[in-house]
Design a protein around this ligand. Structure first.
Ligand SMILES: Cc1cc2nc3c(=O)[nH]c(=O)nc-3n(C[C@H](O)[C@H](O)[C@H](O)COP(=O)(O)OP(=O)(O)OC[C@H]3O[C@@H](n4cnc5c(N)ncnc54)[C@H](O)[C@@H]3O)c2cc1C
Length: 168
């Protein structure tokens, strides 16, 4: 292929990772974070509604402090995850390089989404486990989020390396 086809011209030679793959992976990290966020948001909505409807021993389970705390915690985690995602996505939208912020968002949002969904499954008891409810699918789907698009360990590597944490 003629050299004139090199993206970025002569200066783009041997710069594929820096100019193309790296920024592409930054976008992928936010895509996966957004998927995790959506799954977690759906799980909170479903568990919240279920807790208000499900009556055990004459009371909706949403009246129990243990259930209320799980749901309050999940809403709080969800907001933090949303803000992390929007912050990193906003940087990319503005054309700013954001390798650290996108790794932080991928790490935090995917791990937090997993915590949220497993907690919401507990709220629904056995109905969070059977295939008659969407929660079972949310659990299966969210478990992949800290693995795909660069595992959580790889994001920790990215963050510490990019921030030049000394090795010696
Ligand atoms: C549903 C799904 C969809 C996917 N879609 C795509 C896709 O569209 N395109 C694509 O290219 N790939 C895709 N993948 C692959 C995905 O990106 C990889 O599975 C992921 O990057 C992890 O790689 P691996 O499975 O080889 O695990 P490994 O790299 O073998 O990792 C296994 C474990 O070792 C840890 N580990 C590995 N290296 C290090 C290190 N240097 N430091 C610390 N810990 C480390 C990991 O964190 C993990 O815990 C998909 C995977 C799944 C499950």
């Amino acid at each position: 292929m003629p050299a004139g086809y090199i993206i970025g011209g002569d200066e783009g030679w041997n710069q594929g990772w820096t100019k193309l793959v790296g920024p592409g992976l930054d976008v992928e990290k936010i895509e996966v974070a957004a998927m995790a966020l959506g799954i977690a948001a759906a799980a909170v909505e479903d568990a919240w509604g279920y807790a208000e409807e499900r009556v055990q021993f004459g009371r909706p389970i949403s009246s129990h402090q243990s259930i209320r705390h799980l749901l309050a915690e999940a809403r709080t985690q969800l907001l933090a995850a949303r803000l992390m995602t929007y912050h990193a996505a906003g940087l990319l939208d503005a054309g700013e390089p954001a390798p650290v912020e996108t790794s932080m968002a991928k790490l935090f949002v995917c791990d937090t989404a997993k915590d949220i969904v497993l907690s919401m499954q507990q709220v629904m008891g056995a109905y969070g486990y059977v295939q008659d409810f969407d929660m079972e699918r949310y659990v299966r789907d969210v478990l992949a989020m800290p693995i795909i698009g660069g595992s959580s360990a790889i994001q920790r590597n990215n963050i510490s390396n990019r921030l030049k944490l000394a090795r010696e």
